[in-house]
Design a protein around this ligand. Structure first.
Ligand SMILES: Cc1cc2nc3c(=O)[nH]c(=O)nc-3n(C[C@H](O)[C@H](O)[C@H](O)COP(=O)(O)OP(=O)(O)OC[C@H]3O[C@@H](n4cnc5c(N)ncnc54)[C@H](O)[C@@H]3O)c2cc1C
Length: 604
């Protein structure tokens, strides 16, 4: 019987972004022992890349804001298939979580009277995003790490979990490998929190880093938990498109929040051409009104560039397809034009958007204070994820919790910018709290030795097959190419069906993939292990997209271009069916309480 380096924790948190760190802090504060595992070095999670800000109705810049407006904006943005209870909790608790970050040392940008400054963002009625220039995620991670470091949390860096372990129905721990030496690690735990982030690497053009291969989604699914809303993938409208080496890197929505405008090759602000009915009353009639909104005029309405991401991405797609795109296949995003309108001109832009200035200067040799940027949509975020209880974040597997991007519910069909950073601290805290309670009430489960040995055997299969056959990257690239072209921004029945067929061929190829070399820092081996996760989330996205025969939020079908009210009454749930085949079922959305319905009515 092989020996594995074994660790025992009351609560094991998998993922050290905002959600994982916040969960670990809360669990440790409850007095249980906590282990925190992350794929790369602590501090390098996606959260650190977040730019624009954290959405919370602090009402510091516009006193008309409140949790009720935030709740109704989130539901409208999600096209009403959100888990309304999560949207309610999120809107109510986000301000306290932001103030708590401040109390723990986060240095936010300030209003003139010294309060946390808030900026405009797409789909938010009032300026709501607490921010630190365009480096908000860095400040969040720094603060959470500084605070967490004193809580006695055991951190296991550069360790990738490949399987969750169970004792009967309930969770008992996790199994994984460490990158440096390639050795296996066994974690025994009373409760496990998944906080593994997103799935962007399933697509070719993405703002996501190499870590985002849908691991948490797949670990949960393989352990018998349910996924929900997987068809809803967010294509952020503004990613870099040129030069090719930087394609997909995010251009924060804060550029538009600060007054940046979108133009086609004819120089027209095409976003005025198509304003959805449910946003018409809140959208500016003229360019001048839109500008006044970005400068804080409370009587003005927001410019159409700040409509929701799903809509803006589709408008850009339409301009490009109609031949009105920029030279490299996108459109123009212009912030330089504001320099004649604000005191300090170019310096003002650099101060508000320091990362964007450096990003374009260094990567594209372009000065955004002087010239427009070329941008196009990029795969950014997944609204779908592990189905959890709205209050406790526990999945359908006892003792298994999920929070942050790998969990689902709050965003419905489309996430508003800024709502992820608030989601991860609101629900990260709750997951940590309830996981600690679960751990206090349950003994350590025991996973079978056979299950652990099987996890180790499977992880080594790519070495057994050796390097002579197809390599993992060929399969990964083929998958990304296919998902981008067949399951991307605009979908239809025939292409989705082709994608499903393609996925089954890719599974066959993935099962033959072999690698050479040794186990120390072997990226080929890691890429081979990621394939199962990428294929699982891709299949879930494609199957749900086939089932949703309408267009809503991030999911657009050109064979069903309209929203159908019948599809607004349920969510698609993904689970393992008989013979391990993926099964999609419909789960009715519970009726919303009268007081929440009334809030939505009042805010229309
Ligand atoms: C460029 C960019 C800008 C963004 N800007 C904003 C913004 O301004 N506002 C906003 O609200 N949102 C923004 N987002 C989205 C937001 O940053 C993410 O949705 C959010 O940070 C996710 O946090 P998380 O804690 O769920 O996961 P992450 O921060 O993604 O962390 C996931 C963690 O899980 C670990 N992990 C993954 N798989 C495994 C495994 N198998 N084993 C062990 N560990 C694993 C990773 O190593 C990492 O530590 C942005 C995203 C990007 C990419």
């Amino acid at each position: 019987m092989p020996e594995y380096e074994t660790h025992e924790h009351d609560v094991l948190v998998i993922g050290a972004g905002g959600a994982g760190l916040r969960a670990a802090i809360e669990a440790a504060a409850a007095g249980v022992s906590v282990g925190l595992v992350c794929k790369s070095l602590l501090g390098k999670a996606h959260t650190v890349m977040a730019e624009g800000g954290i959405a919370a109705a602090l009402a510091n810049v516009d006193d008309r804001d409140s949790w009720k407006v935030h709740f109704s904006d989130t539901m409208r943005g999600g096209q009403y298939v959100n888990n309304w209870r999560m949207a309610e909790i999120h809107a109510k608790e986000a301000p306290d979580r932001v103030r708590e970050l401040e109390a723990w040392g986060a240095l936010f940008d300030r209003t003139k009277d010294g309060r946390i400054l808030q900026r405009n963002f797409g789909g938010h009625r009032y300026p709501r995003l607490a921010h630190v220039g365009d480096r908000t995620g860095l400040e969040m991670i720094r603060t959470l790490q500084d605070h967490g470091i004193h809580q006695g949390i055991d951190v296991h860096m550069e360790c990738t979990i490949t399987r969750l372990l169970k004792d009967g129905d309930r969770i008992a721990g996790a199994f994984g490998y460490e990158r440096e030496r390639g050795r296996f690690k066994l974690f025994r735990a009373r409760a496990v929190v998944l906080a593994t982030g997103g799935v962007g690497r399933a697509f070719k053009i993405t703002s996501n880093s190499w870590e985002y291969t849908g691991d948490g989604h797949t670990l949960a699914y393989d352990a018998g938990a349910e996924l929900i809303d997987m068809e809803f993938v967010q294509f952020h409208p503004t990613g870099m498109i040129w030069p090719p080496s930087v394609q997909g890197i995010l251009v924060t929505e804060a550029v538009r929040g600060e007054g940046g405008v979108l133009k086609n090759s004819e120089g027209r602000r095409f976003m005025f051409d198509d304003i959805p009915d449910n946003y018409r009353a809140q959208t500016a009639d003229s360019e001048e009104e839109g500008w006044r909104y970005t400068q804080g005029d409370k009587s003005a309405r927001r410019p159409p560039e700040l409509l929701t991401r799903d809509h803006v991405a589709r408008c850009i797609n339409r301009e490009v397809k109609a031949g009105r795109g920029s030279p490299h296949g996108g459109v123009f995003l212009d912030i330089a034009w504001i320099k004649d309108r604000v005191p300090g001109g170019a310096e003002h832009i650099k101060k508000k958007l320091p990362s964007m200035y450096h990003q374009f200067k260094q990567l594209a040799d372009l000065d955004i204070t002087q010239e427009p940027m070329e941008i196009g949509p990029t795969t950014h975020y997944i609204m779908g994820g592990v189905r959890v209880d709205s209050d406790s974040q526990m999945s359908s597997v006892p003792g298994l919790f999920a929070a942050g991007e790998c969990a689902a519910g709050i965003n419905g069909a489309n996430r508003l910018g800024g709502n992820s950073l608030s989601d991860i601290i609101v629900f990260g805290k709750r997951a940590g709290e309830y996981a600690a309670r679960f751990a206090q009430a349950h003994d350590l489960g025991r996973s079978s030795q056979t299950e652990v040995d099987e996890a180790a055997r499977q992880a080594l299969e790519p070495f057994d097959r050796g390097p002579s056959g197809e390599g993992p990257y060929q399969v990964q690239y083929a998958l990304q190419e296919m998902m981008q072209s067949l399951v991307g921004i605009v979908r239809n029945e025939a292409e989705l069906q082709r994608a499903l067929d393609g996925l089954s061929e890719l599974r066959t190829r993935a099962a033959r993939v072999g690698v050479g070399g040794h186990r120390e820092y072997n990226p080929g081996w890691h890429a081979a292990l990621d394939l199962h996760n990428l294929l699982t989330v891709s299949e879930a996205i494609t199957r749900c997209a086939l089932e949703r025969k309408e267009s809503r939020g991030g999911h657009f079908r050109d064979d069903y271009p309209d929203k159908q009210s019948a599809f607004g009454t349920f969510n698609f749930v993904v689970r393992k069916g008989s013979g391990d085949a993926m099964e999609i079922v419909r789960a009715p959305i519970p009726d919303m309480p009268a007081e929440l319905k009334q809030i939505i009515e009042e805010m229309k």
